[in-house]
Design a protein around this ligand. Structure first.
Ligand SMILES: Cc1cc2nc3c(=O)[nH]c(=O)nc-3n(C[C@H](O)[C@H](O)[C@H](O)COP(=O)(O)O)c2cc1C
Length: 205
């Protein structure tokens, strides 16, 4: 069974390096990860006044449905000024509300940041991670994915990663992310089965 993965890319740039990295991850694990790139560029800025109102932008419902229907979320993002891009933070805020109805709750996740710079978007990566902690998302810990020195030369003419250490790391990441999502869903299924079994065989007091 392929897990449905919502990929949220924190760059709107046409030739985004991060989007190409995201596509490469889908390509590597296409057998077990059914990936969809979730559009975030059309989301109006989040305004709490819209919560539960008939004036709520229709793009919010589309975005929330796409994330809600996924088995896991993969964030792939650049770093802007040592933090996550505003467009990504806006998407996270939209998905997290109305209060108590966050579509991110309990979704297994991984965070990948890529940059031409040497520290690979470390600041952005950890800012996204900080939001994920609050959103109650189990985030893959290892391998950490601060992809530095990524540039147009890292990809071939079809936009796939060229063979080399970066592709090797991204391949390891893709496999680890599949295993992470798989472990969480299997564990939850086993726990639910145990609880159902215990309830069925509960002795009367
Ligand atoms: C507003 C802005 C701020 C940036 N700040 C950082 C930064 O803090 N760290 C970094 O490594 N690169 C920074 N960059 C460079 C981006 O890493 C680079 O433009 C990268 O290609 C963006 O990702 P993308 O190709 O997926 O769009 C910044 C770029 C922009 C446009």
């Amino acid at each position: 069974m392929a897990y449905k993965i919502a990929i949220i890319v924190g760059s709107l740039r046409k030739d985004s390096l991060n989007r190409k990295v995201a596509r490469s991850i889908c390509g590597i694990r296409g057998d077990n990860l059914d990936c969809t790139m979730v559009e975030i560029g059309d989301l109006p800025l989040y305004n709490q006044d819209h919560d539960g109102s008939p004036n709520e932008p229709e793009q919010y419902a589309r975005f929330r449905d796409q994330v809600r229907n996924a088995d896991g979320v993969l964030f792939v993002s650049p770093e802007y000024n040592r933090g996550m891009p505003g467009v990504l933070k806006n998407a996270i805020d939209v998905g997290s509300r109305p209060y108590g109805q966050s579509v991110f709750d309990k979704k297994p996740a991984a965070i990948v940041t890529a940059s031409p710079g040497s520290i690979g978007g470390f600041g952005s990566n950890h800012q996204i991670r900080q939001s994920c902690v609050f959103l109650n998302m189990p985030v893959m810990q290892q391998p950490e994915a601060y992809l530095g020195h990524v540039n147009d030369d890292s990809f071939d003419e079809s936009g796939c990663l060229k063979d080399g250490p970066l592709k090797d790391l991204v391949t390891t990441l893709a496999h680890s992310f599949h295993d992470w999502v798989d472990m969480i869903h299997r564990s939850r299924a086993a726990l639910a089965e145990d609880s159902a079994h215990a309830a069925k065989h509960k002795q009367p007091a």
